[in-house]
Design a protein around this ligand. Structure first.
Ligand code: C2E
Ligand code: CA
Ligand code: CA
Ligand code: CA
Length: 277
């Protein structure tokens, strides 16, 4: 029977569906959809602090159902990951993202594009050439790419992901440690992978104005990132109050609804122009 999951992180306007519970897509739907163009990608601006200039975008996968509805990743990523389909999804998202980037370059917008990877999916060495070649074919230099890496479970065998990420870093791609502070082994990851960016999870940003412990975590994450010479991105900034706090703590880049929600590629240019970029 269909599994109900809470739609707590996806905005009703984006999904076109009501807030509340949503149904996880079935394996059949996912298999067919992956072959039939159901993968869509939205892009959310990352801006510099305090001047709000566009620094780059994060590519976020969406599912385009047959009736046109947009379905959030929480409703299909678990099915994709548990059934060995993540490589196919990642390849499609990456191709769509670099095509979009190439389009923006033509319009004079030369920005970095970040794509999400779970550590578990970094398991084939040919991924390095696939990513670099796909980007170059579209005229996008590797130094315009950022891989946002999350670790959803602790892995015993980490040599392959480590080597893949290091090779991509040597070719110029940036590496972001995503959801910092929430994973079980963030500290270990920081030590072994040559990251360039640290993304502080929304949980710490949201709690910080009122909760001393969240505030302490936020401040120490920022201090750690500075010591390690990583750029810092605060995720999920929703309010002026959060923006002000983040700015006062010296964070360089912000991503969140306060600035912009994820949007289709063709809306980004207009957004950037209106933003003064
Ligand atoms: P994430 O990488 O941490 O991405 C940020 C999520 O926070 C996105 O949710 C984004 O829409 C949401 N967000 C941004 N600003 C705000 C804000 O101000 N407030 C709140 N409440 N939320 C905000 P989304 O798009 O639903 O993605 C959820 C997760 O799914 C991502 O979290 C990422 O872990 C995963 N994901 C998304 N796209 C991909 C993909 O192409 N590949 C893989 N492997 N994972 C992906
Ligand atoms: Ca991310
Ligand atoms: Ca994140
Ligand atoms: Ca997250």
């Amino acid at each position: 029977e269909p599994l109900k999951v809470l739609l707590d992180r996806f905005d009703a306007q984006q999904s076109g569906s009501r807030r509340g519970s949503i149904t996880l897509l079935t394996l059949d739907t996912v298999r067919n959809g992956l072959q039939n163009g159901c993968i869509d990608v939205f892009f959310q601006p990352k801006v510099t602090v305090p001047d709000r200039r566009l620094a780059g975008v994060e590519a976020l996968v969406r599912w385009r159902a047959e009736d046109g509805r947009l379905i959030p990743p929480i409703a299909f990523l678990p099915v994709v990951e548990e059934n060995g389909l993540i490589d196919e999804l990642t390849a499609q998202v990456f191709q769509i993202a670099v095509s979009a980037a190439a389009g923006w370059v033509k319009d004079g917008l030369n920005i970095k594009v970040a794509v999400n990877f779970s550590v578990e999916s970094l398991n084939r060495f040919d991924l390095v050439d696939f990513l670099i070649d796909t980007a170059r074919e579209k005229g996008i230099d590797p130094d315009k790419l950022i891989l946002e890496v999350t670790e959803s479970r602790i892995m015993e065998e980490v040599t392959t992901p480590l080597e893949i990420l290091t090779r991509l870093r040597i070719k110029g791609a940036g590496l972001a440690i995503d959801d910092f502070g929430t994973g079980a082994s963030s500290m270990q990851q920081l030590k072994r992978i040559p990251f360039t960016e640290l993304k502080i999870d929304r949980a710490f940003v949201a709690g910080a104005p009122t909760d001393d412990e969240a505030r302490a975590m936020l401040e120490s994450s920022i201090a750690l990132a500075k010591k390690l010479d990583l750029s810092i991105v605060a995720e999920g900034v929703e309010t002026q109050e959060e923006w002000d706090l983040i700015e006062s703590l010296g964070v360089e880049i912000v991503q969140g609804y306060f600035i912009a929600k994820p949007m289709p590629a063709d809306e980004l240019l207009a957004w950037a122009r209106a933003n003064g970029d």
